[in-house]
Design a protein around this ligand. Structure first.
Ligand code: FAD
Length: 826
């Protein structure tokens, strides 16, 4: 009987823990089990009410007592509340505003360890309206065809006047502005696809279109502007009659932008000949995209009101203003030259510039809310722009590299069929699929009204890091052809632009090691945020009551994590949940299993490190990588479903899943071996991986097949490079590759015949295929075959050619060195 009770107790414990049962159910179960221990099977199941009965019922009685809120609060919650208040991470005002600015969605599901699949699969598929589709195929393709990347980045260091005008005339700068305000009113998905298609042609052009459609005056006015400001500016911005920039960063305030020194003081001053209420502003900003050509300057500064003229106290906080660039006192500096990119970027400053109060974005209603406004725009903007440019750079690199690897021959074969080259090419295939999946999923979330601050942060750093790695892969595969810069180099502009994507909208190191996990845990953890909020409440009683609720939930969450992680670890996730049946169910179960392990480790990490979490960046960086791999897995599985389970893509999905899981395990084990508390580290290891590590990355043979498949023109290659601008002009920098690939593939069988005849000695080996004539004579080739073969040769010749220049041609383009750099003191 004792053994039966022990087994029953274990089963009941697991069942209650996994269901996160309420406390009263635990109490009832404990009482029933206590009673059962007093039943003697050998004496005919007789119940014995001896002195041990009280002992057997003790756990159940304690739990029952804890069900009474007053008792629980007095005995457990109050002491824990006091102790935990000191341990929980402290949240500054700006952090609080950043946290409040975003929403949580799928990230919270991953943090919960028990994802509800409908919240992933229910997110709408990539959908565009007819108008958006027509814009992509019409004006977007047209402007792509107009852009000459070499001319842009080398000759002009600017877009051509025709391209600027076309962009303005066709309202490319007003995609996010609503139709009622004269803009295109496009969805996040459409904006992302338009920006990225342009970026596939020229990084500088992509960034130029991205900025007015990202965090900046247009978005700020749309969301927070007064009716007069909307009326005055939005239509002009949409039509390109005003060019905006937004200035947040200063020399002393980069990543810590909220620590800016730029100040505004509320006061009276003269404006248009009248005494007016306004702000006297001083600022010094740098790195501002579009500033050198801007007509409207958005500005963030710290507002003070020493005379309390606005009635909001003296220290108001970060506030935003919109000032015409030709306003007296506004200085737009000379151009910076970021990573030798041609887009406009430069400093701006002003000293004691008096602006009227209605230049403040949102008027006096919005003073002091600047940080929150910026963070709200950032949580959606960051989900659209840089992931679009990053994923497109990967796709575009794959498009050109897959063609080049096929047409470039060494040792008598295409370089892409050599295993060493196929390896990076296969990496490009997997990244192209996975990052497009993540881009599309996140843009759809924005279109559904979410502001995914954590997911957009992790997507930004992961996509731009993958962009950096895949462009390096592309250059390695191209060898000298990718290095020799000139009009026919289609990789170098993107290569040079990588550091820009890595640094802007939150530099990647900061975004990975601070924002994603440290802030993500606060926001997306099911109970932590509520506990912190309760701990920070001024009213002690209300704080205690709120904490009691959150802490109760947190305790049952912890118990469930322990049991579920261990059971999933023991069974390798075989009994985890899946929304689908069949061959993909395995991957959903794995995703559930690893998100369960993540929930446990994240919870314990936050609980143990508390306020130290922001300093322990090596741990939080690895946790960010695990979370982002879980997200990439989710997006990949969703894309496969949304695309209608295309069989040809299944092996790619399998490989992405296997690689992500291998990376996740590596990061978990790095967390365990570096965790400051060895006991907890051992416990986490034992609970999540009771049988040790077992993940294997994707198989070599599988990866090799991807490389072979993508070197073939067709649906697989087109799907992987979806959205990239494809030129078919044989004299265009990228068009010549498409042309050559098609012709080389068409001539493949003929060439095989020709080479075999040369090897056999039927025809003589000669330079430059002069032997083709002999082959016709020998009956190896027909005249028609010879035409096909020559066309392939000519196209290949054109595509592998690199540029050369007159001796002083390049020197003539160099800029004169300007020795003087102005400092703030000047
Ligand atoms: C080409 C370009 C265009 C830009 N356009 C604009 C624009 O239009 N408007 C605008 O306002 N700004 C713009 N910026 C500024 C951009 O947002 C900043 O460069 C960025 O925020 C980083 O600031 P910083 O360069 O001063 O680096 P720093 O803040 O000096 O950071 C240096 C390094 O330290 C790391 N770091 C800093 N703090 C932490 C931390 N707490 N934890 C971990 N790591 C940390 C960073 O990740 C980075 O790697 C632009 C910048 C560039 C280069």
């Amino acid at each position: 009987m004792a053994l039966v009770v022990v087994i029953l107790a274990f089963v009941v414990f697991c069942a209650l823990a996994v269901r996160q049962a309420p406390l009263w159910q635990w109490a009832v179960a404990a009482l029933v089990l206590g009673l059962l221990t007093r039943v003697d099977a050998e004496s005919g199941f007789r119940f014995t009410a001896d002195g041990f009965l009280l002992l057997a019922l003790f756990p159940g009685l304690v739990l029952a007592l804890l069900c009474v809120p007053a008792v629980r609060i007095a005995v457990v919650t109050r002491p824990v509340y006091g102790a935990i208040k000191k341990m929980l991470p402290r949240v500054s005002r700006t952090e609080q505003e950043a946290l409040d600015a975003g929403t949580v969605g799928w990230d919270a599901e991953l943090f919960s360890g028990r994802p509800q699949w409908n919240k992933l699969l229910g997110i709408r598929k990539l959908t565009l309206t007819e108008e958006e589709q027509a814009f992509l195929e019409g004006p977007t393709n047209q402007v792509c065809a107009m852009i000459d990347d070499w001319d842009t980045r080398h000759n002009r260091a600017d877009l051509s006047p025709e391209v600027w005008q076309f962009l303005k005339d066709n309202r490319f700068f007003g995609m996010l502005i609503a139709k009622e305000h004269g803009g295109l009113g496009f969805s996040a998905q459409a904006q992302s696809l338009v920006v990225s298609k342009i970026a596939s042609r020229s990084a500088a052009a992509g960034i130029t279109v991205m900025v007015p459609n990202s965090l900046g005056p247009g978005e700020l006015l749309e969301k927070y502007g007064t009716p007069e400001q909307k009326e005055k500016f939005l239509s002009r911005l949409a039509r390109g009659l005003e060019v905006p920039c937004f200035a947040l960063t200063g020399s002393h305030a980069g990543s810590d932008a909220a620590g800016m020194r730029d100040v505004g003081v509320v006061t009276h001053g003269m404006f248009e000949g009248k005494q007016t209420l306004g702000v006297r502003l001083s600022w010094e900003k740098r790195y501002i995209t579009l500033a050198p050509v801007a007509t409207l300057v958005g500005l963030a500064f710290n507002l003070r009101d020493p005379e309390n003229l606005l009635g909001r106290g003296t220290a108001i906080g970060i506030t935003l203003a919109l000032i015409p660039a030709d306003f007296p006192g506004v200085e737009i500096g000379r151009r910076h030259f970021p990573a030798r990119q041609a887009f406009m970027n430069g400093p701006t400053k002003g000293r004691n510039v008096f602006i009227p109060i209605d230049y403040l974005i949102g008027g006096t209603e919005r003073v002091g809310q600047g940080w929150r406004m910026l963070m709200e725009c950032l949580s959606t903007g960051r989900a659209i722009s840089l992931p679009a440019i990053g994923s497109m750079s990967i796709k575009q690199s794959l498009r050109v590299t897959s063609a080049y690897a096929r047409i470039r021959r060494q040792f008598g074969i295409s370089v892409g069929v050599m295993e060493g080259v196929a390896e990076p090419l296969a990496r490009m295939v997997k990244s192209a699929y996975a990052f497009e999946a993540a881009r599309a999923l996140t843009a759809s979330m924005v279109d559904e009204g979410q502001k995914p601050s954590v997911l957009s942060a992790l997507l930004k750093y992961r996509t731009t890091e993958a962009m950096r790695d895949r462009i390096n892969d592309a250059l390695d595969i191209h060898g000298g052809r990718g290095i020799q810069d000139g009009p026919s180099n289609y990789l170098f502009g993107a290569y040079q632009g990588v550091p820009v994507a890595i640094t802007v909208e939150g530099a990647n190191i900061l975004t990975r090691t601070l924002i994603t996990f440290a802030q993500g845990a606060l926001r997306a953890h099911p109970f932590l945020y509520r506990e912190i909020a309760a701990a920070q409440m001024r009213d002690q009683q209300a704080g205690l009551a709120a904490f009691d609720k959150a802490f109760g939930g947190h305790t049952s969450f912890m118990v469930r994590n322990i049991v579920s992680s261990f059971l999933h670890g023991l069974s390798f996730g075989r009994f985890a949940s899946s929304p689908v049946s069949g061959e993909m169910a395995h991957w959903y179960r794995q995703l559930h299993r690893y998100s369960q392990a993540f929930a446990l480790v994240a919870d314990w990490t936050v609980a143990f490190l508390g306020g130290d979490l922001k300093r322990k960046q090596l741990l939080s960086g690895r946790m960010a990588d695990i979370l982002s791999d879980l997200y990439i897995m989710s997006a990949t599985l969703k894309r496969f479903e949304d695309d209608g389970r295309i069989r040809e893509d299944k092996p790619v999905v399998d490989a992405i899943m296997a690689d992500c899981i291998a990376a996740i395990e590596t990061n978990f084990f790095a967390v365990f071996s570096n965790f400051p508390n060895r006991l907890l580290a051992g416990a986490m290891h034992m609970l999540c991986f009771p049988l040790g590590r077992h993940a294997r990355p994707s198989h070599d043979a599988q990866n090799y097949r991807f490389a072979r498949a993508v070197m073939q023109p067709g649906a697989f290659r087109d799907r992987l490079t979806l959205g990239a601008y494809v030129s078919h002009d044989p004299w265009d920098a990228t068009g010549m590759l498409e042309d050559a690939l098609g012709k080389v593939v068409a001539a493949e069988e003929i060439e095989g015949r020709f080479i075999r005849a040369v090897k056999k000695g039927t025809i003589e080996r000669r330079l430059d295929r002069d032997g083709v004539a002999d082959a016709i004579e020998a009956g190896v080739l027909t005249a028609e075959d010879a035409v096909t073969l020559r066309a392939a040769d000519e196209a290949t010749e054109r595509a592998i050619r690199v540029d050369d220049f007159e001796f002083d041609e390049l020197a003539a383009k160099q800029f004169q060195r300007t020795p003087r750099i102005e400092t703030a003191a000047e």
